[in-house]
Design a protein around this ligand. Structure first.
Ligand code: FE
Length: 346
């Protein structure tokens, strides 16, 4: 993007998430989208690295013939099989597609932080795989071998593709809706739904005092993902405000249909990879849980809830009770004013 020589200062009112009229993506100030700056600060306050977590007890339990059942061993591997793809797909989408079209420098700041966090998450899975001595080929290639993972990933990547095209530009009604659709799929479905039955399984381990080092890392990841989801929701709502013409009844119906498809893919994944259930969570529980969180995502972008399922896994709300947590909650208390923002999006 060329730099124009001028003493005319940037007008904050022209700043937009996409299609910013001044299109100055270099100057952080004046900040218009404060939620992005707040998310960036919260992300920094929550910084962590997987290697801070001891895997010693996990290694002992994994080696022991008696601690973990065969179903539990398989569950850990399948969950890792999905996780190893989820954060890589998210990172590619942020760096190669979303970033280029975002014209708010403060949103770009957070996207850089988010991209780094996705890398930390992939590092975490690598650290678990390496510590436990798992077969890397089995775990990292699983998404190309197991239908239930493949189907989820193909769904997401299919929507990303149009945006990845170097010829793609925002600025028309069609391309702006296409971009908004990509945000909805990436943030609400990938970050906000597709991780959650796997999160529930990891906290199942934790509740039984099994694989605590692995589960603790997943807790940190869930906290980060929850922030990614919140940021995505804020961006979507800001675009709705800045370009209300995009949010047509037809597009709203389309969004609901997409989320419903995501829900089916997610509970099908849970039912296929945990056919006998796991840690007391059965097929019906997973379905209700996924429907419950999908309703919450829909409400956050102003759409009608579709399911009305009560949360069958209320203990998921406690899973986030982390030792490093205090700082984070304090940050959110002061920086997020909206009701419900303190709740993690389970
Ligand atoms: Fe993420």
């Amino acid at each position: 993007m060329p730099i124009t020589k001028t003493n005319q200062k940037v007008d904050v009112n022209l700043r937009r998430i996409i299609n910013g009229a001044d299109a100055d993506v270099i100057q952080l100030y004046p900040i218009k989208h404060k939620f992005a700056w707040d998310a960036y600060l919260a992300g920094n306050a929550n910084h962590w690295l997987p290697t801070e977590m001891s895997m010693q007890k996990d290694v002992e339990q994994w080696k022991s013939k008696t601690v973990l059942s065969e179903d539990e061993r398989l569950a850990l591997k399948v969950v890792l099989g999905f996780f190893t793809t989820g954060d890589s797909i998210a990172a590619n989408n942020i760096i190669l597609a979303i970033y280029r079209h975002i014209t708010s420098p403060e949103c770009r700041m957070y996207l850089l932080r988010q991209g780094f966090e996705e890398a930390i998450h992939t590092h975490s899975y690598q650290y678990i795989v390496e510590s436990l001595g798992l077969d890397e080929g089995e775990i990292f290639n699983m998404y190309r071998e197991v239908d239930a993972i493949y189907d989820k990933d193909v769904f997401i990547v299919g929507f990303n593709e149009g945006i990845f095209n170097p010829q793609f530009e925002t600025g028309t009604f069609e391309t702006d809706q296409k971009f908004l659709e990509n945000l909805i799929v990436s943030y609400l479905i990938m970050e906000g739904i597709f991780f959650y039955s796997s999160f529930a399984v990891m906290f199942g381990f934790q509740r039984q005092n099994k694989m605590a080092g692995s589960a603790e890392q997943i807790q940190y990841i869930m906290r980060d993902e929850s922030q990614h989801l919140n940021f995505g929701i804020e961006m979507i709502n800001a675009i709705k405000q800045e370009q209300p013409e995009l949010w047509t009844p037809e597009f709203q119906r389309h969004t609901v249909e997409l989320i419903k498809k995501g829900v089916v893919l997610e509970y099908t994944f849970a039912q296929e990879v945990f056919p006998r259930g796991i840690f007391g969570m059965n097929a019906d529980g997973f379905r209700k849980y996924i429907e419950h969180i999908a309703d919450r995502r829909l409400a956050r972008i102003g759409l009608l809830q579709q399911y009305g399922s009560p949360n069958p896994f209320p203990w998921m709300s406690e899973a986030i009770d982390l030792s490093k947590e205090k700082n984070f909650f304090e940050t959110r208390v002061t920086e997020y004013q909206t009701g419900g923002a303190l709740n993690f999006d389970f």
